[in-house]
Write a protein that binds this ligand. Structure first.
Ligand SMILES: [Ca+2]
Ligand SMILES: [Ca+2]
Ligand SMILES: [Ca+2]
Length: 292
């Protein structure tokens, strides 16, 4: 959700066609973790179920909503990444625990994500609040407000679930363009799961940075890493997409404090850098935004 700095404007996109999962009671029931793609929802459905959201109390209009629900067969963690088709689209999401499967009345908010653009401010101040979003290890917060406040990173803490619980996830596309992919992982099992899926890569909260990455965003796919202390042994740099696919791996010689990384030709989006040496470990996010 965008935060308008100077004026509150109602933005009401026009949708022409009915959609598939527009209301909680029409949610897509999923039975296993994994990867799913959703097209852009075409309307708000019959019900408007944005009420009393902790991160966005004034919400009264659903924007391209997609409702997805599941039950927990074996308790554990659940984490997900929502990746918009349109690189830096503004997805928002809300996770609710249901009193019982299919019972949308009295749903309880568990996670609330409304981060987005600070309209009128430079993109460098809020780009981390658009694009891929979700629940990932390394995060402990449960809500982010509209706009991009200090400390926001577009990710919240994973769910801690118990067997027998039912959840519903509402994803909104505030940009009104493109669909999105959901990658759902974690140690919890849904009824049709037979084994854990691979844990998604962690994303640290801001303030733990050990590595400088610049420029960020990079408009060429080329950027520089700097770290504060020379590493006594070799260091390993790995770069993953937001959904955990390894796209780069390089060993750095000892005593080095800077390296140039070239990811020319990589698509726009959020990337995650994992840097490891004998004495340090750091996970940082950066963005490639190729010039048109
Ligand atoms: Ca609805
Ligand atoms: Ca958002
Ligand atoms: Ca966060």
């Amino acid at each position: 959700m965008r935060l308008l700095l100077n004026a509150l404007l109602a933005v009401l996109p026009l949708y022409a066609f009915a959609q598939d999962y527009p209301d909680c009671n029409q949610a897509l029931q999923i039975c296993s973790k994994g990867k799913l793609h959703f097209s852009l929802a075409t309307g708000p459905g019959e019900l408007n179920e944005l009420e009393n959201l902790s991160c966005y109390p004034g919400a009264n209009q659903e924007f391209a909503p997609t409702w997805i629900s599941w039950e927990i067969a074996q308790g554990g963690t659940l984490e997900f990444v929502l990746t918009p088709d349109e690189g830096q689209a503004d997805l928002d999401f809300y996770v609710f625990r249901l009193p019982a499967p299919g019972q949308c009345e009295n749903k309880e908010e568990i996670r609330c994500m409304a981060s987005g653009e600070n309209v009128g401010a430079p993109i460098s101040e809020w780009i981390q609040c658009t694009g891929p979003t979700g629940l990932l290890p390394g995060n402990t917060d449960t809500a982010e407000q509209p706009g991009c406040q200090g400390g926001d990173n577009n990710f919240l803490a994973p769910l801690e679930t118990q067997a027998g619980e039912a959840y519903v996830l509402l994803v909104e596309n505030f940009s009104g363009a493109g669909g999105f992919t959901m990658d759902l992982c974690g140690s919890a099992l849904l009824p049709c799961d037979t084994s854990d899926c691979t844990t998604l890569v962690s994303v640290e909260e801001p303030g733990h940075a050990k590595i400088n990455i610049f420029p960020n965003p990079s408009t060429s796919g080329i950027f520089t890493l700097q770290w504060p202390e020379s590493n006594p042994g070799k260091a390993l740099v790995e770069i993953y997409t937001a959904t955990g696919q390894l796209v780069y791996r390089r060993s750095l010689p000892p005593e080095q404090r800077e390296a140039q990384i070239e990811l020319n030709g990589s698509p726009d989006g959020l990337y995650i850098l994992r840097w490891q040496s004998k004495t340090g470990y750091s996970v940082e996010r950066f963005i490639i935004q190729n010039k048109p």
